[in-house]
Design a protein around this ligand. Sequence first.
Ligand code: BGC
Length: 367
Amino acid sequence: MKPSFAALTALLISSIPLPGATTVKKSDFGKMPDGTPVALYTLTSSTGLEARIITYGGILVSLKTPDRKGVAADVVLGHDDLAGYLGDKGTYFGALIGRYANRIGHAAFTLNGAAYKLPKNDGDNSLHGGTMGFDKRVWTAKEVPGGLELTLLSKDGEEGYPGNLKAVVTYSLNGNNLQIHYTATTDKATVVNLTNHSYWNLKGDGDILGNLLTINSDRYTPVDAGLIPTGELKPVAGTPFDFRKPTAVGARIAQDDAQLKLGHGYDHNWVLNRTGKGLELAARVEDTASGRVMEVYTDQPGVQFYTGNFLNGTVKGKGGKLAAIHSALCLETQHYPDTPNKKSFPTAELKPGEKYDTTTEFRFSVK
Ligand code: BGC
């Protein structure tokens, strides 16, 4: 029987990629020590932006985007295989971070009169959700239009945090734009601060000291020796923290500045200039050599700018290459560090019946 004209037309239409359509492919990325399989999802946008994400830690393992000549490079640090990620002691390469990204001072906080104790995994403090944070869990994946939805249940009391928390994070591509949409709900009042910990190197290699950085911020949160904010919102004007105009990352990094010394370089939270509630420009990075540009848009109040100061050439990255200091930079959109202990900072509390709902976009282009 001859297929009808309508059936042929339908077949033809379904095989033409829709404008803006992103394809998603699943493959195997190995097994956890207890046998749990880990999957790798490859997202490819209509313009060729390619993101690879694994269900372990919701890690963005690679992001390929072209330079001004059209040559694609992988612009994030990572490991070659699951064994590399499982053996990693503390870089958080590309991972989803929770329940509370960044530091909580003295690994403790009180919420509505109740005291909570967290694991101390960074001196006296708790960093990136504790010893078994969201970056070390296998998430449940579901393909959705344009991307990948990852779900994680964090039990009441897990890593010291109150409330059963359901976190749903969606990675999606739209043209040259990588969007990460985070939601969470709880059955008990808790604190939530989710982010992605990608290490960006827009050149794809070498160091990031020559990258031109802009941060849309007039103030930052200075820290103590444990990198816990003092509570002050300090103007960036006249300091090496002023990135209101495009400035090379390395131009002032070695200056004799007390805050740069405490951070061993930049490892601070900037208070973003915001005018409303939606997505607004947080930061822009330009690699003049390749022409690659990345703009970070978010609805969050802060961004941690970290220059990979603790990469000391001992962690084996992709291709067995050792990750050197300043070989990448992080721009982690977030609530300010130690917010649960700082009443003056915008609250990170989530109550039952409320929805934590935030979005960050990484927009790529060339110049
Ligand atoms: C922190 C750094 C830390 C890095 C890796 C960043 O978010 O600010 O101090 O070394 O994560 O853990």
